[in-house]
Each structure stands twice: as C-alpha cells, then as structure tokens.
Design a protein around this ligand. Sequence first.
Ligand code: SAH
Length: 437
Amino acid sequence: MNEADALRAAALLESAGLRPVAQAREASLLLLNTCVVRQQAEDKAYGRLRHVAELKQHNPDCVVALMGCLVGRIPQEHAALRERFPDVDLFLPPSDLEPLQQFLREQGVAILSDASAEGCLPPPLPDSQTGRTVVAHVPIVLGCSHACTYCVIPYRRGGETSRPSTDILAEVTALADRGVREVILLGQIVDRYGLDRPGEILLPDLLRRVAAIPGIARVRFLTSHPRWVTDDLIAAVATTPKLCPYFEVPVQAGSDAILQAMRRGYSVADYETLIDKIRAAIPDAGLSTDIIVGFPGETDAQFEATLALMARLDPDMIRIAKYSPRPLTWSARHLPDDIPETEKERRRVALEVALRQRLTRKHAPCTGQTVEILVERIEKNGRRYGRTPDYKPVFVDDSDAQPGDVIRARITWAGPFSFIAEPAVVPTAAWSLDIEY
Ligand code: SAH
C-alpha cells in the first residue's frame, strides 16, 4: 500500500514538472513515506527524519514532505507533529495527496491531473517508471474498520472506504495502456471491497472485469481476511484464467485463545476449513500467511500450536512479525507486553527455520518442471526475473525475453524462496508435422 501511495506521489510531482534526482542532497523537494505498523518501522522513519534535518541544514530551500502513517488522519495531531519535526514543511495523511496538490497550486505549478475528468487522482505511475513497470499495485479499499486488538492501521489510515469501481477500471485501463501487464489490487481486507458502497459491485465481479481489460495478463488481490473470503471469490479465481491462483490470508496465530485475544473473529478450525475449501477448488493455489509471535500472554504451548499449524497448512510463505505494542490499540492499552524480546526472537527464528526446511523439501520436486513466468525485469547479470502464477520468484538464465513477456521456463534449481530456470523449448514442430500429413 505504501509503495502504491509513494508512486502516486511521484506521479503527481512528475505531472507538475519535477524530475527524480539520484541523490537526496540534490533534491528541491524530498518526500518521505512512513509506516508505523511495528515499532521497528517507526524507528526507521525517525532515523530518516534525522538525516533529512541534516540535509536541510545544507539546503534550507529544500521542501520536505512527510507522508503516511506517521502523519495519520487526525488533524489535531498535526500541530504536535509540526512542533516535533520543525524541518517538515508538508504533512500528508496516508493515501492522501491533497496537501501536496494544494502546495503545488500555491506555488503556481500547473498539475496535469487537475485537468482530468476525475480532478483528484494523478496518473498512477510516474513517467520515469514507464517502460519498465510491468506490475502495478492499485489500492481499491482504503483504510480499515476492523478492530484487531494489536493493529494500529485503523487509527492511522482511517475507516474502510472502497473506491468506486469506475475509477479502478479506468485506472487499470490507463495502466494497461502504459504497458502494465499485472495488477495487484490492494486493501487491508480486500475481500470487503464494495460492501461499504451501496450498489457497488463486489470483489469477485471487480476481479472479473479487471481481468477482462485488454493488455492485462495477470490479476492478484491482497490481503484477504479469513472471515471475508467468499465462495464466489474462490469460484472467480478458479474459473478466470487471468486471476492468479494465489491467496494471501493472514492467520496470525495457531491458538484459539490468542486469536480471540486478537479479536480476529475466527478459530483455527475455521481457518483450516477455509484453506481446505480453496485447495479443493484450486489445487495449485499458492498460500501466504502472516504470523505474530509474542502476542501478550502467548505461552510456549500456544506458540508450539502455531508451529504445528504451519506444518499442517504447508503455506508457501509466512511473513513473521514480533508483536510490538502500538499506540491507542486495545492490546497496548489493556495487555502487558510480557514476552521478553529474546523469547520473541527465539520464536521468530524457530518459525523461519521450520519454514525454510519445509519449503526446501516442498520445492525439491519442482526441478525439471516447466512454469509460466511474467518477466518483470532484467537483472544486472542478464537473468530475467519474474514470478509464477502462484507468486514464486524465478530467475531465468539465457533468455532474451523482455519485461512484460509471458514465457515458459524449466526449473534447474529450486531453493526455499526462489527458483532458477532456463527457457523451455515449446514443442511446436511435432504438431506442424501432423498438419502436413
Ligand atoms: N490488514 C493487513 C494488515 C497489514 S499489517 C493484513 O491483514 O495483512 C501486516 C501485518 O503486520 C499483519 O498481518 C500482522 O501480522 C503484522 N502486525 C500488525 N500489527 C502488528 C503489531 N502490533 N505487532 C506485530 N505485528 C503486527
């Protein structure tokens, strides 16, 4: 979501005539996008802000814009931020470029998107990216109204708001015209798309329509919430070839007591039933999940249950986070952060080691198999980089494919987190012989 927000900001700046520079100290405008989902991310933002303060000493005319969840959507907080970060000139809430647009207008800068019919959204991709952007992220649901007890996002990004499907379809059409081949539709609970807009189409129909846009080869969506994945969504993925067989469904923990304390709204059994249903309908579906280790009160046995769940589910990726208390969240206000850092780290490493071992075994039989790859870019060493429909990263040797091409490749090496492959020879000669006879 942040990447999508940052590219939109870059596109707006470019439409106002600004151009990217190689070094921050050469910039006349610096925009810093921020994440505060965990303390670590927030600390990184503070580190960058200290760097910005140094830059500003050398170049006092440089305009500094701070964007994202560190800024948040609560106007009363902005005065405190101004006091705290005197070097920052502009504050932009997440997914909200209006303050930057206003600033540009005040400077007398003409903005291309002001003339557009919608009048509000800049082009989704900066010009400087055109020609090499094969995959684009498109936010479709902004904010979140769920109340997971650990999560700060509703407090920073505001309540759930779906964008009109007409805007989304127009945006994807424009992206396709600029050479984008894959779109990833984004929402905190992407499955809830449209539910907050009376009369709007829902996610399965939106996906079908996006997949039908000429030029688009692949469509993905994330992140799903286990309670909101519908049969129709599974059916849409199962029956629409361009909808990639890949589900990102965070489970967060393998213990019902912890799930309840997180207020996730499902049990471990509910989650397993859902994954069984997805796999029954789409046998080759990839599965990615998120886990938080060290939630307040998480016992050794509860953590072991998470490890056991991962062994049973056999997901293709796990994003593992150590719990950190976030301001205003229910868990930060009511539950002690009582799992020591060393124990959180031990649990994180245990999950990661198990994941690596499991994926090494799971992927071993992939060697020799042929997969389909959408080439995203050419690496410095000439290898083509792309992903399989189920989101596995592949590096292809000796290929002359260009970014945007869909190619077939034979896997020559299968690691836990990526594959190496060679171009597959497509056997056309055999049937042309048949035709001749
Ligand atoms: N709605 C999105 C949430 C994005 S936050 C989703 O379901 O993916 C991404 C992940 O960060 C969450 O899934 C969770 O695993 C993790 N996370 C969120 N808040 C956290 C916290 N306070 N401490 C540690 N990890 C957290």
